[in-house]
Design a binder for this molecule. Structure first.
Ligand code: FAD
Ligand code: 2HG
Ligand code: ZN
Length: 446
């Protein structure tokens, strides 16, 4: 794996010394990892395309310990935990210290009247989901990689949806408690939105407003795009679906038949009957089923859809979702994949992207596999993809962030003035630039 870009000369960071190590070992006995074998997996990202050369991994358990680490010296840190990020944000680029929140995995409080959960940043998403389901609540976020990613990583990549507040440690060790436990609190700037990709602070805890678990869950898979129709037909189906299912529609996902199905079959031996998948979540089983039935009748009568199957049983629902969720995994078997995460107005999106993604959010994923990392292929794709997206006022990173790989493309989606302002905020909150350097902001801003 190769790291894009050379070492920026303008950040003279300290190297970890024997004194630093002695300090860390006293602060975190048994939790200061220097064994190269144990460090290997933390130095490589999920896609295995970015590799750092880190020599120290620290595993604090408390906010106070994180504060002491950051206060210690002019040492760069890369916060990470799940290491499932797709833009190279979670691994060191050079020898930054890895600050892992894996031992910060405790639920702090859960209020079953308000539905507000407060937990440490290193809780694995799936564990939180199980914890809440036992109490008849749900976590308002679901990712295919829920068994590995953690809530701190989710909120710092802004995958987090509804969130109430966070607890941060800033670059100089200053502890900032903005853990709101009120649904409504409109006092001043909404600072939590700033804490992106570990570049302004380390999130040590979060509070999240969790909805009640609703009993009536249905997943419907539709067969429409596969053999016949156009993306326009899918959009009409989506429109009809929104109109007829209204508030119970909780997801509408799409898989491009030609690419995704063959990938799933080839690499994961999964037979895939679906092209789009929608989920309803409501409180009244009979009413929701009736709505679904009416919707299916409508789209089949108007020939938008050739077939539709409703699944209500939990294991079947899980199996259907895993078809959608495992496309990313299937792609890793193809060799090297050029990944783009584009948001555009829904009518425009399929002009560029044949792929899979979240139709309901106007976000589809374009993945171009190649047997190897091929500069000629890359030159054919970029900057065309970015220019096209920019021309149609889309976003070049809908949900995965900018991290290391995308940082210099930020200009395609944000005006220079906005980027300069981001630079000022970075300089104010992290004047030494030690928090996840080389990530999110373009090179000319650091
Ligand atoms: P990491 O990868 O460890 O870190 C991600 C970034 O956050 C890094 O920049 C890191 O420095 C920073 N960070 C981590 N912890 C902290 C902290 N405590 N404080 C400050 N900064 C921190 N994303 C979506 O939005 N939607 C999806 O549907 C989705 N599906 C995915 C499916 C697969 C198979 C994979 C591999 C990834 C997917 N992603 C998706 C990408 C997504 O960003 C991550 O999966 C997840 O949100 C990152 O969590 P993590 O714990 O793995 O964070
Ligand atoms: C998804 O929607 C994830 O499955 C991953 O965001 C997308 O692999 C991708 O490009
Ligand atoms: Zn996605």
């Amino acid at each position: 794996p190769a790291n894009p870009g050379a070492a920026p000369p303008w950040l003279p960071f300290s190297r970890v010394t024997q004194e630093d190590l002695a300090f860390f070992r006293t602060l975190l006995p048994g939790r200061t990892i220097t064994d190269p074998d144990l460090l290997k997996s933390s130095n490589v990202d999920w896609l295995k395309t970015v590799e750092g050369n880190n020599e120290v991994l620290l595993r604090p358990k408390t906010t106070e310990e994180v504060s002491q680490i950051l206060r210690s010296r002019n040492l760069e840190v890369c916060p990470h935990r799940g290491n499932t990020g797709l833009v190279g944000g979670s691994v060191p680029v050079f020898d930054e210290i890895i600050l892992s929140t894996s031992l910060m995995n405790q639920v702090i409080t859960f209020d079953n009247i308000s539905g507000i959960l407060t937990c440490q940043a290193g809780c694995v998403l799936k564990n939180l989901s199980n914890y809440l389901e036992e109490r008849d609540f749900i976590i308002p976020l679901d990712l295919g990689v829920k068994g590995s990613c953690h809530i701190g990583g989710n909120v710092s990549t802004n995958a987090g949806g509804l969130r109430l507040g966070q607890f941060w440690v800033l670059a100089d060790g200053w502890i900032l408690n903005c853990l709101a436990t009120l649904r409504k609190d409109n006092t001043g700037y909404d600072l939590k939105q700033l804490f992106i990709e570990g570049t302004l602070g380390v999130i040590t805890a979060v509070s999240i407003l969790c909805p009640r678990k609703l009993k009536a869950v249905n997943v419907v898979f539709l067969d429409e795009m596969t053999r016949c129709s156009s993306f326009q037909q899918l959009l009409e189906t989506f429109q009809c679906c929104r109109g007829m299912l209204g508030e119970v529609l909780s997801a509408f996902e799409f898989l491009d038949a030609s690419c995704c199905m063959s990938l799933l079959e080839k690499h994961l031996k999964l037979t895939n009957p679906i092209t789009s998948l929608l989920q309803t979540t409501g409180s009244n089983t009979t009413r929701d089923e009736e709505k679904l039935h009416n919707f299916l009748e409508e789209v089949m009568t108007s020939s938008l859809v050739t077939d539709g199957t409703v699944a209500t049983e939990a294991t079947k629902i899980k199996a259907l979702w895993s078809l959608r969720e495992r496309v990313t995994e299937a792609l890793t078997h193809e060799g090297y994949t050029y990944k783009y995460d584009i948001s555009l107005s829904v009518e425009k999106i399929y002009d560029l992207v044949g792929g899979y993604g979240h139709v309901g959010d106007g976000n589809l994923h374009l993945n171009i596999p190649s047997p190897f990392n091929d500069p000629a292929l890359l030159a054919a794709i970029e900057p065309y993809v970015y220019e096209w997206t920019s021309e149609w006022k889309g976003s070049i990173s809908a949900e995965h962030g900018l991290g290391l790989k995308m940082r210099n493309y930020i200009y395609y989606s944000k005006p220079s003035e906005a980027i300069a302002l981001m630079g000022s905020i970075k300089a104010m909150l992290d004047p030494k630039g030690i928090l996840n350097p080389y990530k999110t902001l373009p090179d000319n801003i650091h």
